[in-house]
Design a protein around this ligand. Structure first.
Ligand code: P6P
Length: 335
């Protein structure tokens, strides 16, 4: 049983035995993410003071301007996991292709791959709005000791062994699951330790918050339009409240605590939506389901979608179970 104010390190050790792949490697992986998050948090928190704002001048494979902090966060997470000889491969939103990491110890071959969005919502950085890091962990499927392959990354979300996010907000939190519930740890920046502040997090079955960019309303499918109008109706427990931060991690985190639904549907402008399946939707779906929530593309469970490309996008609806099921009902009825 986890105790409040337990440190993340104590929690990992106490729960390591409950993880079916007990080898300590996953614990070391979570620890490396914890360390990188502290380093990135330090930079995010002083972004306004140091010339680290603004685009790095390049654009990533998504065609999005790379903010310097995007590049910095990407480098820090990759370097931290590489230096600690924990994973055999990394895929990142900021990298066109996956990165192969050869073990430094021929007697120990690594078996995990990590997929990461190093700084999601980065367009919020220079307006001082919270941003986040999202990560997803799989066991490789190709032979241990051989170079990692694309198929090690193109696995269904149901195969994830761990997933989580760091939210750089009014406080910095690490929220993750290894398939045995969701726990949230808050960083005490004064001493650099994370403390278990949100044990066993759960989505309320229902909620009163809907999160969607209504600026795209006219481009949405009819089912989504009908669901948004349903949310706005004066009837029963509605109208709901619209809250959209423009940072998936922040909207998801608030909805998990208060109850709510987040939607990034497909549209006539984006035929598969905007969010990436492998390092945004799958990890958030794993967390949602572990917290009694739900995540689909409007018709199919996100974690059942068979990946075909590293940076593929999917429509994403995620949050309180009853709200997601109501949105799915509107999508089905509009077919
Ligand atoms: P839009 C950030 O770029 C992101 O990937 C999510 O964090 C966020 O919810 C969404 O895109 C915002 O996109 O098109 O509404 O600005």
């Amino acid at each position: 049983m986890s105790q409040r104010n337990q440190t993340l390190g104590e929690f990992i050790i106490e729960n390591q035995s409950s993880f079916k792949y007990t080898s300590g490697e996953l614990s070391r992986l979570i620890n490396s993410i914890r360390l990188a998050a502290k380093v990135v948090n330090h930079e995010v928190n002083k972004a306004g003071l140091v010339d680290i704002l603004g685009a790095a001048g390049d654009t990533n494979i998504q065609g999005e301007n790379q903010q310097k902090l995007d590049v910095y966060a990407n480098e820090k997470f990759i370097q931290t996991m590489t230096d600690r000889n924990i994973v055999c491969g990394i895929a990142s939103e900021e990298e066109d292709d996956f990165i192969t990491i050869n073990s430094k110890d021929e007697n120990h071959q690594n078996k995990y791959v990590v997929l990461i969005d190093p700084l999601d919502g980065s367009s919020n950085i220079d307006v001082n709005v919270s941003v986040g890091t999202i990560f997803s962990v799989y066991r490789r499927v190709t032979p241990v000791g051989t170079p990692v392959q694309l198929e090690d990354f193109l696995q269904k979300g149901t195969k994830q062994v761990a997933a989580g996010y760091i939210i750089y907000g009014t406080s910095t939190m690490l929220v993750y699951t290894t398939g045995d519930g969701v726990n949230g740890f808050t960083l005490n920046p004064a001493i650099g330790s994370y403390y278990l502040s949100h044990p066993d997090m759960k989505f309320p079955e229902d909620g009163r918050i809907y999160s969607v960019n209504e600026g795209n309303y006219i481009h949405f499918p009819k089912g989504i339009k009908n669901y948004i109008k349903y949310c706005q109706m004066e009837e029963g427990d509605r109208p709901y409240t619209s809250r959209y931060i423009g940072s998936l991690v922040s909207d998801f985190h608030r909805n998990m605590i208060k109850g709510g639904i987040y939607m990034y549907p497909k549209s006539s402008k984006a035929s598969n939506g905007k969010l990436r399946l492998l390092y945004e939707c799958n990890p958030m779906a794993f967390l949602a389901e572990q917290a009694n929530g739900k995540a689909s593309d409007g018709f199919t469970r996100i974690m059942e979608i068979e990946p075909t490309e590293l940076h593929q996008r999917v429509p994403f609806i995620c949050g309180s179970k009853n709200m997601v099921e109501k949105a799915e009902e509107f999508m089905r009825n509009a077919e």
